[in-house]
Design a protein around this ligand. Structure first.
Ligand SMILES: [Zn+2]
Ligand SMILES: [Zn+2]
Length: 414
């Protein structure tokens, strides 16, 4: 089915003068083009906007201007307001996690409980990376109902807000990276990007621009809405009661040990592993794909966050299901996880950016650290769009990028 152009519904002018299109209708444009429109242009020789050419229409639409995010200042700074309830909850969590670590290191945790905690750690990881991040927030692949149920269950184990809220924060993060509208704006420093943002009230721009993000695809997903509506009982049961009660009832673990190790310690570790993507991977590492943005390639974060540390690539090509260029699953367990389900036939329409397109972008905007970077005159001309696409399905993803994206394990819609 050919994508039908839809009209712009409203224009929102923000504090910085950025004009952003409400994407409620525009999702229709790209969601209908997900499958069929793509197969026509896989090997198109077009130089895409990803390669640095920002089309006039995109620039008009987003009000984008030449900008280097590294030099962005925090304009219109509001004093941060602490949310004391969250501060106390995090103090409890870290105290409890330290006690859980002590129980483990002093040999008081049964091996079955250790494996049980590790299982919940892995489920949390894949629930966030494969589920909330690559599937729901970025639409980087499609999944059948059993896989969506598994991903939603595992995302609930992670207790990082409902899928709906997680994805809205993440789409705003991609569209307005390192601006006042970025929920974990890394310009405010490591602590803020890591944990501080969860202990502060959201900046008004986060709320204002968050309302303009298209969430219609998630709101049409009954699994997402069920989890949102019953989030508190689901989280208490899946993330805390089950991890504690099973070791106690089934292999005689001490109840207190199960609570502090398998629930609190495990939860705290998974949070920090995820947060490193927002903090460390926005600060330290090479920028072979786009030197004008702060997100960087960070191998340590990639390892601990199941493949989410290749963050310079990810912010340039957010619709790529691998979130990285690297092959052989190098520190990218989530790509292996998705490939496994694609092999089973449960995941399909995996979006991937072809190597030649990636290399064109490397040569145009990279920092020179990529092994295949060839310096060209056009590197100087690059203008970074202020509001790039959050992923597949966003109206701001240029049609040229859609045309050259490869769709792996393609399946016809039921
Ligand atoms: Zn992302
Ligand atoms: Zn990021």
């Amino acid at each position: 089915m050919a994508p039908a152009p839809t009209s712009t519904k409203t224009l929102t002018t923000t504090g910085n003068g950025t004009v952003m299109k409400t994407t409620e209708e525009s999702f229709k444009l790209t969601s209908t083009s997900n499958g069929s429109a793509l197969s026509n242009g896989l090997n198109s020789p077009l130089v895409t906007s990803s390669n640095g050419k920002v089309s006039e229409s995109l620039r008009e639409k987003t009000g984008s201007k030449t900008d280097n995010s590294k030099s962005k200042r925090i304009e219109d700074e509001e004093p941060l307001k602490l949310v004391w309830r969250n501060v106390f909850l995090f103090i409890y969590l870290h105290t409890a996690a330290f006690y859980g670590a002590y129980l483990w290191l002093s040999g008081q945790v049964m091996w079955q409980t250790f494996l049980w905690g590790f299982l919940f750690y892995c489920m949390s990881g894949f629930g966030i990376t494969g589920g909330a991040h690559r599937y729901w927030a970025h639409r980087a692949f499609k999944a059948n109902t059993p896989l969506r149920l598994i991903l939603a269950f595992m995302q609930t184990v992670a207790f990082q807000n409902s899928i709906h809220e997680w994805c809205r924060d993440h789409r705003v993060h991609h569209k307005f990276t390192e601006s006042n509208a970025d929920p974990h704006d890394a310009r405010r420093g490591f602590i803020f990007a890591h944990i501080g943002w969860l202990m502060c009230r959201k900046h008004k721009d986060v709320k204002e621009k968050g309302k303009c993000i298209d969430m219609s695809d998630l709101e049409a997903d009954p699994i997402v809405m069920f989890q949102k509506n019953y989030y508190v009982p689901l989280v208490l049961t899946i993330s805390f009661f089950i991890p504690t009660l099973v070791p106690w009832l089934f292999w005689g673990e001490n109840f207190i040990t199960a609570w502090f190790f398998a629930a609190q310690f495990r939860y705290c570790i998974t949070l920090h592993m995820t947060w490193l993507v927002n903090s460390a991977a926005h600060m330290w590492g090479l920028r072979p794909y786009d030197k004008t943005i702060n997100p960087a390639e960070n191998k340590s974060v990639a390892f601990w966050a199941f493949g989410e540390g290749w963050h310079n690539y990810h912010h340039v090509f957010p619709w790529d299901y691998k979130t990285a260029e690297v092959g052989q699953y190098r520190y990218n367990f989530t790509a292996a996880f998705i490939d496994f389900f694609a092999w089973l036939g449960w995941a399909y329409d995996l979006k991937s950016v072809p190597k030649n397109i990636v290399l064109q972008r490397v040569c145009r905007t990279g920092d020179g650290s990529h092994a295949n970077h060839v310096h060209t005159e056009s590197e100087k001309e690059f203008e970074h769009p202020e509001a790039g696409p959050w992923g597949w399905g966003d109206a701001d993803i240029p049609p040229e990028d859609i045309a050259v994206t490869e769709i792996l394990y393609s399946q016809k819609e039921e």
